[in-house]
Design a protein around this ligand. Structure first.
Ligand SMILES: Cc1cc2nc3c(=O)[nH]c(=O)nc-3n(C[C@H](O)[C@H](O)[C@H](O)COP(=O)(O)O)c2cc1C
Length: 332
């Protein structure tokens, strides 16, 4: 690796305790022991997706991952999880070095509990004002994720978020996510002031990823324009957009919204209950496609970088290739 890339990677790598400042974005059902340990063993930083796991299940996943790697890895917790406090305790007991809090603005109590135990806390910043607020509330690092990403996304592109946030935030490391599929993009964002990147889509077709063969094949067939945003049915009922491949499941989401809006209108569900119902829909739909292989009716969550994936590869091959690409501008 060139001295320049080493220099640019230093802050992020030291923060994560790894060779390359490349985080594996947590993907529900897929970011489990096999993929997470493979990312960490390849020099990146794997992150377990806790998703809807309960504390016992999370503990088992952490233990399984520790058996597969001696390198650091993190845990992603969804802040709306009803057992969030117990999940935090589990991460502390299991000596997890980094916790990513996703889903909403993390509460001060969650942050302080983790920090008191010496855990580094990472959160998502969807705008500069919020990034500043999150740093004040004690976050140790930020991820900025643009709308090119797979799964739940915000409204702003990675490119614009990077220009809004990177020149203005230096207090904590910032990792850029959304649409990154080649190493050149990493060195570009490092030059702009980022400390590293986070990728999800790029890792789905890794040999070590447990995604169903049908799910991986759908990734290999797809073009970038096939990864589209979910449609919101009713302005009164805001849903966070999800990027996935267009299929029958996309229509099922519209039906689900209709059903939930009716229940909401009839007073059978409050807004938070209705929102939770929608989240459970996505978790179930993703499992159906990613694990069971029903890529027609399930949700094939994927980012726009899907068009850059050409074949199934080992994690070490993916990371090595990515670093060579990141270094091209310094070696020529
Ligand atoms: C299949 C899939 C599932 C995902 N599940 C989650 C999740 O459970 N929690 C989360 O915070 N992000 C989730 N994400 C987002 C990733 O963590 C990551 O930030 C994103 O994939 C980065 O953008 P990229 O897809 O363009 O690489 C998911 C993404 C994908 C593709």
């Amino acid at each position: 690796m060139s001295e320049r890339l080493q220099h640019l990677s230093k802050r992020g790598s030291e923060f994560l305790g790894v060779e390359h400042p490349i985080m594996g974005g947590a993907m529900s059902w897929l970011s489990e022991a096999s993929l997470v340990s493979a990312i960490s063993n390849a020099g990146g930083f794997g992150v377990i997706a806790c998703g809807s796991l309960n504390p016992n299940e999370l503990e088992k996943e952490i233990e399984k991952t520790k058996k597969l790697t001696d390198y650091p890895f993190g845990v992603n917790l969804i802040t709306m999880h009803p057992q969030l406090s117990d999940l935090i305790d589990c991460c502390i007991e299991k000596n997890i070095s980094h916790v990513v809090l996703a889903g909403s603005i993390p509460s001060a109590s969650s942050i302080s509990k983790l920090k008191k135990a010496g855990v580094k806390v990472i959160g998502f910043a969807p705008a500069l004002s919020l990034a500043k607020r999150l740093i004040k509330s004690g976050l140790d690092a930020l991820v900025i994720e643009g709308l090119e990403a797979g799964g739940h996304v915000g409204p702003v592109s990675t490119n614009v978020l990077a220009q809004e946030i990177l020149p203005n935030i230096n207090k904590v490391p910032v990792f850029v996510a959304g649409g990154i599929g080649r190493g050149e993009a990493m060195s570009f964002y490092l030059e702009m002031g980022a400390s590293g990147v986070q990728m999800g889509t790029r890792f789905v077709c890794a040999n070590e990823c447990i995604a169903h063969e049908n799910f991986k094949k759908a990734f290999l067939r797809a073009n970038s324009r096939d990864a589209v945003l979910s449609i919101q049915l009713d302005d009164r009922f805001p849903v966070i957009p999800v990027r996935s491949l267009k299929n029958k499941g996309t229509k099922l989401f519209l039906n689900k919204q209709k059903e939930v809006i009716e229940e909401f209108d009839n007073g059978k569900k409050t807004m938070p209950e209705a929102q939770l119902d929608i989240e459970h829909f996505w978790a179930g739909a993703l499992k159906k496609a990613a694990i069971d292989g029903d890529i027609d009716n399930g949700s094939v969550m994927a980012g726009q970088s899907i068009g850059l994936i050409k074949r199934e590869q080992s994690l070490s091959e993916i990371i090595n290739e990515f670093i060579i690409q990141a270094d091209l501008r310094y070696n020529n």
